[in-house]
Design a protein around this ligand. Structure first.
Ligand SMILES: CC(=O)N[C@H]1[C@@H](OP(=O)(O)OP(=O)(O)OC[C@H]2O[C@@H](n3ccc(=O)[nH]c3=O)[C@H](O)[C@@H]2O)O[C@H](CO)[C@@H](O)[C@@H]1O[C@H](C)C(=O)N[C@@H](C)C(=O)N[C@H](CCC(=O)O)C(=O)O
Ligand SMILES: Nc1ncnc2c1ncn2[C@@H]1O[C@H](COP(=O)(O)OP(=O)(O)OP(=O)(O)O)[C@@H](O)[C@H]1O
Length: 525
């Protein structure tokens, strides 16, 4: 059994014990037949769905998963100090008699888990201003930007997302983009305990489809865009869209700010309003005939970044800038600013705060992160077709020499995007190097071959294949001319590469730095 990191930052230090009988009555949970009388008086002080996270006194929620039933771990959870177990009928059948603690049963454990955790931790979400960001690309960047703006306003924030979880200024690496319900509510309680005013989080389509964030109702939800991704999980683009759309309903948010640059955003505004949600439209690149509440204008881009004015139909206007490169980061910055304004912050207050903070330019690890200037080497997280195309398009105008891109595709994930990624790379770059990403359990050569089919169908670019990612990085960095731009795409901040089920340490940024150091004369940063 693998041990999980038990980071105290991720849970409240104190939580008041609650009677099992009260919880069962509130959440409609029934005792399993063999549960001894008097179970209702037993007390629990939290809930965990993974036995490796039990510290003592919690309710262990044993979930039927895709790989294993959590009930198998109930004895280990009880041995670690769990005071009761909640499971479904299939889990109850797996439990041996004589577990020694009360067992409660409900038909669908994940469906009650969030509410149970929120109840146990005192509804922490209600004590925080709450911001959620969803969309195929840009969630992490927008979340960092909203967080940056709120902190510029003097607020204490908690941040939850793909790169890290941050509680009032202290950070730990994240596991999922959006944590499981029991972990999320514990995290919110830890944030409240640490004195946070606001929560900013990324909400993945998986989390929405699986109800991970319920029963949170966000004050402001933001939508970036929708392009093909995650079809392995959702099946169709329509199902993927509907998962995202569920965030923009009164059940999950009070107000939505929706970028209407793409057709999905425009559809989302209509659908959200039809369902009675307050949906605010934001146009950045959309033409003037597309109706919008907030619109971006007077865009000035130079080597230091992009300045823009965000104007509301009612005349309110904010002028600010972002140093993060690319047209998509203008859209990300505008969305972040509009979300903060829609939470009720006064324009003059945000203007003053952003002026003092130098605009919306947080450091977002592994997102268009520039590691050297000549050659310009950038590590980015683009790992789907649209993100790759956009990242390359953002770099082309400022590349005097060749534009070189190195990337692969993840194994066991949305196979259909692989040739498309190869194609857009070969269309936009001069040199394409196809390497491994995270093959997981899939044969890496097969993944590369599927990417290469798309890349080789385009004439013009030089296309190479270098299986080892570290070797590929070294080769392109050593081979780059001073005027070239090298985009190392796909893994961003990630540090573990999984090949044939085995994790290997690999940090693209470290590999790039090492290669730069061995170029004659070293890098010019
Ligand atoms: C589809 C999905 O969301 N799967 C999640 C689910 O896995 P599973 O159903 O296979 O769980 P399982 O391994 O069968 O275990 C069943 C139960 O036993 C428990 N268990 C298991 C082992 C053990 O030793 N002890 C124990 O108690 C588990 O905590 C679980 O409650 O429960 C696991 C435990 O919490 C998660 O790690 C796992 O996420 C996997 C790793 C995953 O890849 N999720 C992806 C699809 C995901 O959610 N991604 C999105 C967005 C990504 C993006 O935008 O790019 C995200 O929000 O991260
Ligand atoms: N608004 C955007 N539109 C298109 N591409 C973007 C946008 N913002 C960022 N990108 C690209 O997508 C990559 C991932 O960005 P980011 O991490 O902010 O998105 P994300 O939605 O959090 O991604 P993931 O869900 O995979 O964690 C970036 O590295 C960049 O290449």
């Amino acid at each position: 059994m693998t041990a999980l990191p038990d980071n105290a930052l991720l849970r409240p230090a104190a939580s008041s014990p609650q009677r099992l009988g009260d919880l069962a009555a509130a959440l409609d949970l029934a005792p399993a037949p063999a549960t001894a009388d008097g179970w209702g008086a037993a007390e629990v002080r939290g809930v965990v769905a993974d036995n490796r996270r039990v510290r003592g006194g919690e309710l262990f929620a044993a979930i039927g998963g895709a790989h294993v039933h959590g009930a198998r771990f109930a004895p280990a959870a009880v041995a670690a100090g769990a005071a009761a177990v909640l499971t479904d009928p299939a889990g109850a059948d797996l439990l041996a008699a004589g577990l020694g603690v009360p067992v409660l049963v409900t038909p669908d454990v994940p469906a009650v888990l969030g509410r149970l955790a929120a109840t146990l931790y005192g509804e922490p979400g209600r004590a925080l201003g709450t911001f959620a960001v969803t969309g195929t690309n840009g969630k992490t960047t927008v979340a960092f930007m909203v967080d940056h703006a709120l902190r510029a306003l003097g607020r204490t924030t908690g941040l939850v997302g793909t790169v890290e979880v941050r509680v009032a200024g202290r950070a730990v690496p994240a596991t999922l983009t959006t944590p499981q319900p029991d972990e999320l509510q514990a995290l919110l309680a830890a944030m409240v305990e640490a004195g946070a005013d606001d929560l900013v989080m990324e909400v993945s389509s998986h989390a929405l489809a699986l109800g991970r964030v319920d029963p949170l109702v966000y004050d402001v939800a933001g939508f970036t865009n929708l392009t093909q991704d995650h079809l392995d999980f959702h099946g169709t683009l329509e199902a993927y869209f509907q998962a995202k759309a569920s965030l923009f309903t009164p059940r999950r948010s009070r107000r939505g700010v929706i970028l209407v640059d793409d057709v999905w955003g425009r559809r989302l505004v209509e659908q959200a309003r039809a369902e009675g949600a307050a949906a605010v439209a934001l146009a950045v690149a959309a033409p003037p005939e597309v109706p919008a509440d907030w619109r971006v204008g007077d865009v000035r881009a130079d080597a230091t970044g992009t300045a823009f004015t965000l104007t509301h139909r009612d005349g309110r206007a904010l002028r600010t800038a972002t140093a993060l490169p690319g047209g998509f980061n203008l859209a990300n910055a505008a969305l972040a600013a509009a979300m903060v304004l829609e939470s009720g912050v006064d324009v003059a207050a945000l203007q003053a705060a952003l002026d003092a903070a130098g605009g919306l330019s947080p450091v977002v690890p592994g997102r268009m992160e520039q590691l050297s200037e000549r050659p310009r080497v950038i590590v980015d997280f683009a790992h789907n077709t649209d993100a790759l195309a956009q990242a390359l398009a953002a770099l082309r105008p400022t590349t005097a020499g060749r534009l070189v891109v190195l990337f692969g595709a993840a194994g066991e994930r949305d196979r259909s995007k692989r040739p498309d990624m190869g194609r857009v790379a070969a269309e936009a770059a001069d040199v394409v190097v196809v390497t491994d990403d995270d093959p997981h359990d899939e044969p890496p050569a097969q993944i590369r071959a599927e990417v290469l089919v798309g890349a080789r169908a385009v004439s013009g670019a030089t296309v190479d294949e270098i299986p080892s990612r570290a070797e590929a990085i070294r080769t392109v960095v050593l081979g780059a001319g001073e005027d070239d731009t090298v985009l190392v795409a796909g893994r961003g901040h990630e540090t573990v590469q999984e090949i044939a089920g085995t994790p290997h340490h690999l940090d693209d940024r470290d590999e790039v730095r090492a290669a730069l150091a061995s170029r004659t004369g070293g890098p010019t940063a």
